[in-house]
Ligand binder design. Sequence first.
Ligand code: GRF
Length: 225
Amino acid sequence: MSVAFAAFASGSGTNLEALLEREERGAAYRIALLVVDRACPAEGRMQRRGRMAARLDFGAAGAGRELARLLSEHGVRGVLLAGFLRLVPSEVCRAFDGRILNIHPALLPAFGGKGMYGRRVHVAALASGAKISGVTVHLVNERYDEGRIVAQWPVPVLASDTPDSLAARVLEVEHLLYPAAADALARSLECGDMRPPAFRWPVGISETDGALGQAIEGAFDGAGV
Ligand code: GRF
């Protein structure tokens, strides 16, 4: 029996797609519900599969309570932010403490915080001269990009990079790391373990070690930290 997750999105939804594809191949989770705060392509990705997508006016009074009600109605046990541009209402942060993940297209705490999303993150990474960027999966609290880090994977910054070329290289890793992290969270919840998924950086890994996806999967060993 898979663990029911909700995903929250505001944009193109390519991470949502990666999560759904992983679910279809077999995962410990299922995305029982997508919640969006605006009309966006992510909604279409869910609807094309005949799956449940709800649009919520997060600015409305009582939106947090309404969201908490929706999540409970769908038996949701964890939440995956997938390009969601708002703060999660405090009612939901409290109810799902330690069970809300976000993915960020840089190595936090670098290039994160309010207003640091999308292309802006990669513009800032290039402007800084950083030689390595990457992907971070972290727990969500009531502030932007500040929750405890669960997993990170580096991505080289090349001298020839533009924000778009760096974004594309980072996104490839996002699509591997996020489903692996979601699956690890679901496996922890399945066995009643409320700790965030354990992730160990595979010391000594090199680009010649084989498939990136396998290396990422192998870094999550299922037990909490
Ligand atoms: C991704 O870069 C993700 O890291 C960030 O927002 C972007 C969403 O992209 N949180 P998509 O909507 O999943 O394509």
